[in-house]
Design a protein around this ligand. Sequence first.
Ligand code: ZN
Length: 303
Amino acid sequence: MWYELPELNGIKKDLGENDCLYLDFGHGGKDTGCIFYDGSYEKDYVLKFGLAVYKLVKPYFKKVHLTRDTNKTVELKDRTKAMKELGEKYNTVQAYSFHCNAYNKSIHGAEALLSINTNKTDHEFIFWTKFLKDYCSKFDITNRGIKQRKSSNGKQDLYYLHRNTPAAVHVQYLELFFGDNRQDCKKGQSAAYFNKAVFMVAAYILKRYGKTIHRPVEAAKYLYKVQTGAFTVEANAQKLKEDLKSKGFDTYIIRTKIWMWMLLWWPTRRRSFCPCKGFFFMCKSFLKEYVFYIWQRIDYPIY
Ligand SMILES: [Zn+2]
């Protein structure tokens, strides 16, 4: 799996080894989250999505912390407790909480939810502005931007995880799309969207740590060479090369050195005790039957 992300270089490294990565898959168990247009649950979608992101980012870290990896209920207070504990060990806890939205089936689009304490100049704000712009244009999803919602008293964060985690914990909600909207749901459930969006989220998160997902290199088992000639006189090889080049073939000469590593012989019959006769039969045997040789060729292009 490899997807081109042309704008990825716009993401700057702002995190290091001592910044913890925490993936929070919203809801789970008895908390279904929203119900999609097709009747499926948000909790199942974000678990599948989050685990796929986890699989991609995991090799780049000693440890990636997860809230859940199965369909189980995890209370909000347990999520904040885990984040708080990590917040005491690390510089920051970068917690990405994956969700899908729902409202009245007519609203559509993606948004990021940040704490009201996040300033526009903070790395998180810059990162999500860039991510949403790229994500929404790539998947033709409405960009609803970054939301920072206050509680009714106007003093606190509206969202529980924002409100109940210390400053070192940066909880960032990503609302991928509106699950109850027909168009968004259809898009979200397509394999083309899912695979690319997973890759995009993983690649963007990794880029904040200065890590890049590398294109997988396919291991070749065999190398198929095409050969048109072999000469002991270099000029003849040069002549063939020119002929082939004139016919449009991309040609080069490889000089091959032959090493006679070992010559073994072992006469089976002793023909004579005479040294000359013995030598004759030795040579005859050598040529006819008893030659074992190991040779090694070293190939390298010279022209
Ligand atoms: Zn949710």
